[in-house]
Design a protein around this ligand. Structure first.
Ligand code: NDP
Ligand code: 8X3
Length: 253
């Protein structure tokens, strides 16, 4: 039987490339995000390249529990049994010192990166527990390993993901469920455009002078963890561009 992967935040970047990659690896897919049109385009693209792939698109805001619940509790038929959950939806908004922080930015990050991830995990994990099988992959960050200047609240949300990944692994170990955390360094996606609220010049400058990761590089890592033998759990992967040594140390040409 074909396995099912649910990927949050599949309208762009890492989530989108992961959907395309897992379709090639034989998964049927549930892809989510707010931008409905993009989900439709992704579905068309995947089906065009992988005729046998079944794709379900669900458009909702991960911050709003009632929307998450309506979409995920309503899953029916084969879609109820998600084999792999990839908690990828997330964002940074702003890059300010704490005393100049914008409350709405903090709330967007906390509500998306922590609460949204928890909502989805809470709704999807019980059927994994019941079936004693499943794999949860959380996309954290180098920002969940280190704190950098002005990263305060974003780093806090990714440190929270780190704690949630460890706690989830402990809580689900007796049910045969694997938990993987993937921690990328700088990857060129829409991440910086979102962080700098649509300021493309500022976003592009982030990647000046070095070769950043591509979304495909992280999709490859996710596929490696997903396709590992049953007895192997890839628990935590830190993946950086060659030119990045830490959250703040880069070799730029
Ligand atoms: P993108 O901005 O390209 O993609 C983010 C995805 O998250 C989009 O599909 C977006 O969908 C979704 N999303 C954001 N907010 C919501 C929401 N409220 N409800 C539903 N979906 C939402 O960035 P990346 O691909 O880079 O980011 C993916 C993950 O990787 C994030 O968790 C990020 O923190 C993490 N990461 C990224 C790094 C990087 O350098 N790029 C490095 C380390 C970690 P939509 O807007 O359609 O809702
Ligand atoms: C995204 C990478 O270093 O901007 O999580 O936080 S960083």
């Amino acid at each position: 039987m074909r396995k099912i992967a649910l990927i949050t935040g599949a309208t762009s970047g890492i989530g989108k490339e992961t959907a395309k990659r897992l379709a090639k690896d034989g998964f049927d897919l549930i892809v989510t995000g707010r931008r409905k049109e993009r989900l439709g385009e992704l579905k068309d693209e995947i089906i065009k390249d992988n005729l046998h792939t079944d794709v379900l698109t669900l458009s909702f805001d991960i911050r709003i529990y009632s929307e998450v619940e309506a979409n995920l509790k309503g899953l029916s038929g084969k879609w109820k049994n998600v084999d792999v959950l990839i908690n990828n939806a997330g964002l940074a908004v702003g890059l300010n010192p704490i005393h100049e922080g914008v409350r709405e930015d903090w709330e967007r990050m906390i509500d998306t990166n922590i609460k949204g991830l928890l909502y989805v995990t809470r709704l999807i994990s019980p059927q994994m527990v019941e079936r004693k099988s499943g794999h949860i992959i959380n996309i954290a960050s180098i920002a969940g390993k280190e704190v950098y200047p002005n990263g305060n609240v974003y780093c806090a949300t990714k440190h929270a993901v780190d704690a949630i990944s460890k706690g989830t692994r402990m809580d689900l170990i007796n049910y045969g469920i694997k938990v993987t955390q993937i921690c990328p360094g700088f990857a060129e996606t829409e991440f910086s455009l979102v962080r700098f609220k649509g300021d493309k010049d500022r976003a592009d400058k982030v990647y000046d002078g070095f070769v950043p990761l591509l979304a495909e590089d992280i999709a490859d890592a996710i596929a490696y963890a997903v396709n590992a033998p049953d007895h192997v759990d890839i628990q935590d992967m830190l993946i950086m561009p060659k030119a990045q040594a830490s959250a703040t140390i880069f070799h730029k040409e």
